[in-house]
Design a protein around this ligand. Sequence first.
Ligand code: Z5A
Length: 250
Amino acid sequence: MFAVGGFGTAHSVGEIADRCEGGGGGIDAAGEARGNFLEEPAVAVGILEGGEGAGKSTLIANLRNELIARGCDVIVTREPGGSKLGDHIRNCLLNPEFGISFGSQAELLLFLASRAQHIEEVIRPALAKEKVVLCDRFNDSTVAYQGVGRGLGFEYVQQLCDLVSDDIVPDLTFFLDIDPVLGQSRIERQKEKDTTSRPLDRLEAEKLEFHRKVHSAFHQLARNHPKRIHVIDASRSEEDVLKQVLKVIY
Ligand code: Z5A
């Protein structure tokens, strides 16, 4: 998802392209800001959403390289995490070795605490420096996983997310759409190849039925926000997924 403006001002998708390609601004090879970045402080926050194994980490790395090549000053970040406190919360929330059990409300509030710190410590300062922020997961994940997956309520969780994220309003989101069975099989294959990789996290380890609910919640979000959320067919090749995303941006 790309949130352009980050201050509640919805810009058009094309503005990201303008800003990266020189028409609208960017950072030149010497590291100097150029174009209208200086006149217009709002930049871009790009956020990717989707189920496990959808390919967000893969896409975010490819997209970062592509945007840098087109002149953007990009930072990549993720949730939960992104800040020192957020990384501790991430470990607590996801690492099964911690052996901590959570109620759904406590889990929700920890994801939101991580977000609040991330916005304050990372996203706002990056926007103030006119960077393009690429973020792996944001509010839509909380609505899908905690609101629908955990059953806390779509509207209730949406309202809390809006409260915490305040004026950081993404206006372009990429939902990497993949059938949960295919997503899980990618993760299993990855683990077979890399036997040193981490164990399944607490949410990945949930049953297929949970992941199906989360998947349909992302579709509901996409229907609710057709201008902001772009559904990408994530069952395609890495190259094709990147192409679909670039087609939306440029
Ligand atoms: N969570 C939550 O509950 N509430 C919240 O508010 C937030 C998060 C913010 C951690 O997220 C968990 O937190 C997550 C949701 C929950 N749990 N789940 N389930 P995360 O984003 O850090 O973890 P993840 O979603 O589980 O990441 P992941 O499994 O690593 O998925 P990914 O980043 O989308 O996939 P990937 O690492 O890019 O790719 C996985 C494998 O597939 C890998 O071997 C790739 O080489 C392969 N791959 C990638 N793309 C392709 C294509 N196109 N074709 C074939 N193979 C591919």
